[in-house]
Design a protein around this ligand. Sequence first.
Ligand code: NDP
Ligand code: GDR
Length: 337
Amino acid sequence: MGKTALITGVTGQDGSYLAELLIAKEYTVHGLVRRSSSFNTERIDHIYQDPQQPGRTMILHHADLSDGVALVNLLREVRPDEVYNLGAQSHVRVSFDSPMYTGDVTGLGTLRLLEAIRASGIDTRIYQASSSEMFGAAPPPQNERTPFHPRSPYGCAKVYSYWSTVNYREAYGMFAVNGILFNHESPRRGETFVTRKITRAVARIRAGLQERLYLGNLDAVRDWGYAPEYVEAMWRMLQRDEPDDYVVATGVPATVRDFLHAAFASCGLDWTRHVLFDPKYERPSEVDALVGDASKARDLLGWQPAVRWRELAGLMVEADIAALEEELSGARVRIDR
Ligand code: NDP
Ligand code: GDR
């Protein structure tokens, strides 16, 4: 019998790649989907299985990280071997506009899930999606021993979740781990994060559908990796004998400007002819530089990244060009639920 996993945030970038990975490993995957007035399952449509299908390995449930009772009920019903808490209001800029909501879902949501595991009495392992944003103003390179100094309501909420996870491990002996992941991107990255915003714009400018791209701070340094590789690290953390916390990163720095240049240049375009500054995209307090030291993950998990930011920029541009061509040809069909 294969294992059973529950993924919160299954409709997000990481949730979709993780679901694919676990299904390939013969897990039965249960995904928590929040109610939306429009379809929000586009990233997992290709692995969706009809409720009528016998022996399903992918099962979706409506629930929300703001609803603790629903989480207890879901855990009692599913009884997963592993829980991956990827659900969050994950946009840093948005967290300044909705700090309470972000604190509730991204911070307290984790506590609700941990408490739901404890209350339901099931024996399970939990992965918490912690973030390099917790390091904030702490100078790079950052590793598991770097003190946190978050610079946004999102970063503060993730620090709360990080320590709640550690606390449940220490207080109740729970197999609870934090993956402290640095930025990771892919063709499935949300359209308002800077890498995808850039690569989508490149595809549209190339096709003559858009002339300008408005961005904020181009000087920020990030450590961009490839999301499908990062979900493998999540899984490996839960297969260890002992629970622990790990940084996952490439260790290679690049500025937003570097990424911009590489993405435009991959199509022979000059970014300086198209990009304009809009202060609306700046943050009240910025995180200047995040560069991870993932030697612990390399040594203990045997995890190493293969894709670096320049290659990532190229593959994301290529995917956005292909998606745009499909959209323009009318070939894209939505699946009904
Ligand atoms: P996404 O923003 O792509 O996905 C977030 C997921 O959370 C979506 O499925 C979203 O649902 C769901 N969600 C939002 N609010 C709620 C709620 N109230 N209840 C239940 N689910 C909810 O994020 P990523 O896939 O990029 O990231 C996954 C996790 O990892 C997040 O926790 C993020 O903060 C964290 N992280 C991400 C990094 C990155 O670089 N990508 C780096 C470090 C940490 P819906 O689809 O309906 O919006
Ligand atoms: P980040 O990612 O804040 O690092 O959080 P994002 O792509 O939003 O920003 C990266 C950097 O680019 C600068 N920037 C812009 N950002 C956006 N979104 N839009 C713009 O127009 C723009 N112009 C410049 C930002 O100021 C920033 O410095 C991501 C999220 O996935 C978090 O959930 C995750 O925890 C961290 O990565 C690690």
